[in-house]
Design a protein around this ligand. Structure first.
Ligand SMILES: Nc1ncnc2c1ncn2[C@@H]1O[C@H](COP(=O)(O)OP(=O)(O)O)[C@@H](O)[C@H]1O
Ligand SMILES: Cc1ncsc1CCOP(=O)(O)O
Ligand SMILES: [Mg+2]
Length: 262
């Protein structure tokens, strides 16, 4: 069964909150998407900061509005820095978000992702293959890309939310967002979003920003998904391919307006 669509009025009020609070997002993300992620946050009105040295990361996560932990290019050194940042975030009640890039196939990152599930992420955002793997199920992921149907991963997302207390967003052709009890669906976007690198990673940074806002965390995470899908479909209409999509996408994020979302 399909969950209901997130009402536009809820997405609209989260957008207003995002612009009002301009959350400072501590991004510990992969080497491929640093600049794109920062630009997506800035276009939406949030503030990115990429702080990765262990000592600084533990100092920064308590003063940031939210922390993003993305394991796309995890190394042994980054593992230590991420753990320090997560522990410091938890001590200061800074919400943190896990993006389990390519979890399942590779042992080192998979063990890390399983380990940090116990450290109370506020949200987890991944594609269908990643969410299936993180829930301990068979998945057909191909590197960082999903090869599983997103609706088939919804029960895994629900179980993962129940197990961890996180809001889980599983994304793809449609996005599903659940806290283990209730769920929203978000439609929109388009295939071109998978032909540029970093849309998923940047979405996870937006999820982190939205986790710091007042209101229901389930609605806030679903709204983050809605912002990206809406800007994605608008940008696809305005572009010829991946090259022109990226600047169009940043423009559409910047131009998103609460009245239209509502
Ligand atoms: N087939 C699709 N149709 C429409 N939107 C999509 C499709 N696949 C992914 N998206 C969108 O692209 C963004 C990245 O999602 P996804 O590809 O699932 O993450 P990842 O890049 O981590 O694999 C999300 O906003 C998602 O809704
Ligand atoms: C290509 C690649 N390789 C390691 S991380 C990464 C980026 C993945 O980005 P996304 O998950 O947003 O597609
Ligand atoms: Mg990803």
């Amino acid at each position: 069964m399909q969950p209901d669509l997130l009402p536009g009025t809820r997405a609209a009020s989260v957008l207003q909150n995002l612009r009002h609070h301009s959350p400072l997002v501590h991004c510990m993300t992969n080497d491929v998407v640093q600049s794109f992620t920062a630009n997506v946050l800035l276009a939406l009105g949030a503030s990115p900061a990429m702080v990765i040295e262990t000592e600084e990361a533990a100092q920064f996560s308590p003063v940031a509005s939210a922390l993003l932990v993305n394991i796309g290019t995890l190394t042994a050194e980054r593992r230590g820095a991420m753990l320090a940042a997560i522990h410091a975030a938890n001590e200061s009640f800074t919400p943190w978000v896990l993006d389990p890039v390519a979890v399942g196939g590779l042992a080192f990152r998979t063990q890390f992702a399983f380990d940090v599930l116990a450290l109370k992420p506020a949200a987890i955002r991944g594609n269908a293959s990643e969410i299936l793997a993180l829930a301990g199920e068979h998945s057909a992921g191909r590197g960082v890309d999903s090869a599983d149907d997103v609706l088939s991963a919804l029960p895994a997302a629900v179980r993962l939310a129940q197990l961890t207390g996180a809001v889980v967003a599983v994304t793809g052709e449609r996005d599903y967002i659940t806290d283990g009890e209730n769920a929203w669906r978000v439609d929109g976007g388009g295939l071109l979003m998978t032909r540029v690198v970093g849309t998923g990673c940047a979405l996870s940074a937006v999820v982190a920003a939205c986790c710091s806002l007042p209101g229901e965390r389930l609605d806030n995470v679903a709204a983050a998904c809605r912002f990206m899908k809406r800007a994605g479909e608008q940008a696809i209409a305005a572009s010829r391919g991946p090259g022109s999509f990226i600047p169009a996408f940043l423009d559409e994020l910047y131009l998103l307006n609460a009245g239209e979302l509502a």
